[in-house]
Ligand binder design. Structure first.
Ligand code: FAD
Length: 417
């Protein structure tokens, strides 16, 4: 299936401008290999030029194309939502990464600083987020506070021009590599939970910050525990007003959902008229397609992948018409997470023993198992499917809200686990 939308004149001109920039910025032979559909030639250009996602982030991150919606003065274009779609479709077409290596910086911290940060903070942090020179992490979740994030307990106490932070965060993705973290901390325990929070930028190398990597089911250590012991954070690193942390955090969370929905979607855009074929790649991972039960599941996955793509198409075309992201953000996040789990379950089932025991050098089999195990996290990270379903019920379907037993009660008086 294939959909095409005609570019408007402005879109066509912008696409041409970005293509011209790519032709200059990419190693010699790259564009020609893409245009000829010659995968082997492209791999050779990549190998010969030593291309890697980190150096590429530096290249695109120093151009305005990496953040068309960010203000011009901080490395963006002060542009329109459709520009993001055009850039994305050209990146897919040129087989380039569509996700920044500094995803939490570009997707979450940047938009929050742009909306709530001071001029000095915008000046200090935004460009280095885009270039990938400074990696960011998100210090929100705690052992006792995940879905009910506003109940968190990490304390920040004012001491002159500084705040002293004590507490623990968990699930902190890439904290071990991060220069800075977005920290949500409790500055007033005597008011209701949402009202006593403040948002800070924390230097991850500051004395008293201890990062302990956690070993995951997959064997890798993507996320960490982070402990704060008398960590001193300058008041200049406060984002927004004291007590206004929840409002700033909501900006981060809304952007997180959109960023995660974008990742779990295959990086396909119909706007450029070119699309990768994730379906063929998936079929190749299911070697024996004769069993009728496997065929039924394949048909089901095919139907779901088409539904997923049509939803992405609707969202993309709305964005191309200049509309803001709508409720499809939560819908996409839930659907994509569960779809990814069903898809990886099928590849494991269909590969039988090969999927659970493989020769040490069989990278393809290892990757199947890794994908299956990693997919478990999709329905938890960035908001669980249960909690997002409740949000959809309330905000899209207009059903009654869940009872809030701690509404208006001072945080310090609420029973906690
Ligand atoms: C791979 C991964 C990376 C992550 N990275 C980060 C990160 O970088 N920074 C960060 O701050 N956090 C991160 N998180 C944390 C993530 O946001 C939380 O795990 C998530 O919000 C759920 O919180 P929890 O784990 O405390 O589970 P809980 O909130 O304790 O939930 C436990 C179970 O109860 C259900 N539940 C809870 N409340 C309700 C409700 N009201 N109605 C119905 N069901 C409910 C949940 O759906 C879940 O099944 C990451 C998580 C994962 C898996």
């Amino acid at each position: 299936m294939r959909w095409d939308i005609e570019d408007t004149d402005a879109q066509r001109a912008f696409r041409a401008e970005f293509r011209a920039w790519l032709a200059e910025a990419l190693p010699a032979g790259w564009v020609e290999a893409v245009e000829a559909g010659d995968d082997a030639a492209l791999e050779k250009v990549k190998a010969d030029s030593g291309f890697n996602p980190f150096s590429w982030q530096g290249t695109i991150g120093r151009s305005p194309f990496s953040a068309p919606l960010w203000p011009k003065e901080y490395g963006g274009m002060s542009g329109e939502p459709w520009m993001v779609q055009v850039v994305r479709s050209e990146l897919v077409r040129h087989r380039l990464p569509t996700v920044s290596i500094n995803l939490l910086g570009v997707g979450l911290a940047g938009p929050t600083i742009i909306e709530h940060g001071s001029e000095a903070q915008k000046d200090r942090y935004l460009r280095k987020i885009l270039s990938g020179e400074e990696i960011w992490c998100q210090l929100f979740s705690e052992p006792g506070s995940g879905s009910d994030l506003a109940s968190l307990a990490t304390r920040a106490v004012r001491d002159g021009d500084e705040w002293v932070v004590n507490g623990q965060k968990v699930w902190t993705t890439i904290a071990q590599f991060a220069s800075f973290g977005m920290l949500l901390a409790r500055t007033d325990p005597d008011v209701a939970k949402h009202e006593g929070l403040t948002y800070f930028i924390v230097d991850m190398k500051a004395p008293g910050v201890e990062v302990r990597p956690l070993k995951q089911l997959t064997g890798s250590s993507e996320f960490n525990e982070v402990f704060f012991t008398d960590v001193r954070v300058p008041d200049a690193n406060r984002v927004g007003d004291v007590g206004d942390g929840w409002r700033c955090a909501r900006t981060t969370l809304m952007n997180e959902r959109a960023a995660l929905a974008g990742i779990s979607l295959d990086p396909v855009s119909f706007v450029g008229g070119v699309r990768r074929d994730p379906w063929t790649a998936f079929l190749e991972a299911v070697p024996d397609r004769r069993d009728p039960r496997v065929r039924q599941r394949l048909a089901q996955i095919y139907i779901e992948s088409e539904v997923k793509e049509i939803t992405a198409f609707r969202a993309n075309s709305a964005r191309m018409r200049g509309q803001q992201p709508g409720p499809e953000g939560a819908v996409n996040k839930v659907f994509n997470a569960e779809f990814n789990q069903r898809r990886s379950e099928l590849t494991i089932d269909a590969n039988g023993m090969h999927a659970v025991a493989w020769a040490p050098d069989d990278k393809a089999a290892e990757s199947l198992a890794h994908t299956f195990l990693r997919a478990r996290a999709n329905t938890i990270e960035g908001g669980t499917s249960e909690v997002l379903r409740s949000q959809m019920a309330e905000r899209i379907l207009g059903l009654p809200r869940d009872p809030e037993v701690d509404k208006g009660v001072a945080w310090v008086e609420v029973k906690r686990n």
